[in-house]
Design a protein around this ligand. Sequence first.
Ligand SMILES: Cc1cc2nc3c(=O)[nH]c(=O)nc-3n(C[C@H](O)[C@H](O)[C@H](O)COP(=O)(O)O)c2cc1C
Length: 383
Amino acid sequence: MRSYLFTALLASGGFAAREFLNEPDTGIDDVLKDLPKGTLPNLSDIIGLPDFDWAARHYLPTKNYTYYRNGAAGEWSYRNNLEVFHRYRLRPRVMVDITKIESTLPTTILGHNFSAPIFISPCARGAYGHQEGELNLLKGAAAGNILYMPALLASYTIEEIAAAKAEGQVVFQQLYLSSNDTETQDLLDRSKAAGANAIVFTVDSAADGNRHRAARYGVGSADSEYTYITWDYYKKVSTMTDLPVILKGIMTVDDAKLAVKNKVPAIILSNHGGRQLDGSPSSLEVAIEIHEKAPEVFKQIEVYADGGVRYGADVLKLLSLGVKAVGLGRPFMFANVFGTKGIEKAIQIIKHEIAIDAANLGVGNLDKIDPSYVQWTPNNWMG
Ligand SMILES: Cc1cc2nc3c(=O)[nH]c(=O)nc-3n(C[C@H](O)[C@H](O)[C@H](O)COP(=O)(O)O)c2cc1C
């Protein structure tokens, strides 16, 4: 009987691993099958965030698209960032008044007011997607009233981006810092002079990222140095500026606890979109680890997270654990092929999805979401 079952399963493909889908098939290929390569679809054809990936791949030179799409080595962490969300089922509650959910999206990030608990993560080389590069991201963020974190390695300088800010617009400046104190002081001072409200110090890139896909097109990581990044160095940096210095790229509960101990005001759980170290955990897995081993961290400092977030429900899973705000990188870089209008649409899509998914989850107030809305035992969806 057993061997019959085994044979039947094999014949039915029951043991076949589920294929990885960069964008799950929701029909865009069928609807836009006649669109010539190198042309943009209409913005109205974009229904969800994964469609921006499709549009950018269809439209951009392969080299430019590859720089954005790339993950480290075999890209297992890149794929895991996307797939991990589906291993945890939601536990929707019904018979709850959810009619005011939209009014509960606004939140604060380090004390600054925004329309939703989302932000644009820092990504280098905005001009690979659109000649106005980061200026579109900045303007889109202002229009949607969400936080933008410009990258140091942007296509425009810190000063050029600052000059395009809307009145009173809050930005957190991302920096890579080295042990060269003169350079570090200069970057901190330039950020302050440009009006940045906080520094995002990226700490997950102590060495070059192992980027096979991008290297084929000559767009791999250019940073070949080993960088001195230690807690002592953090202490020193935080005395070199009066801006809050938050850490981006925390990947374990151990380092989250050390961040609290070292009085870091906020951390971003991130594996750099799976671009640095293949095998590193997704931010959802790190948030679960903190939830299980040191949940007090979520109360002691502000914890943000990014990586693989493409749907409203992904955001909700992170928020339910105590994450205060969720970042998206590639979706905005891909949306930028449509310019500022693309960024605005991406923000509108994710905000709408957060609201309707929360409502269908039975969450009437986003502030009240908690871990009970998710089944934290992973399901076997891959099998
Ligand atoms: C094209 C690209 C460039 C990036 N450049 C930087 C960077 O300069 N500094 C940084 O801290 N993170 C950088 N990141 C990582 C993002 O800030 C963010 O962690 C990541 O994109 C989140 O994953 P997602 O793209 O799946 O949303 C980059 C990511 C991409 C896709």
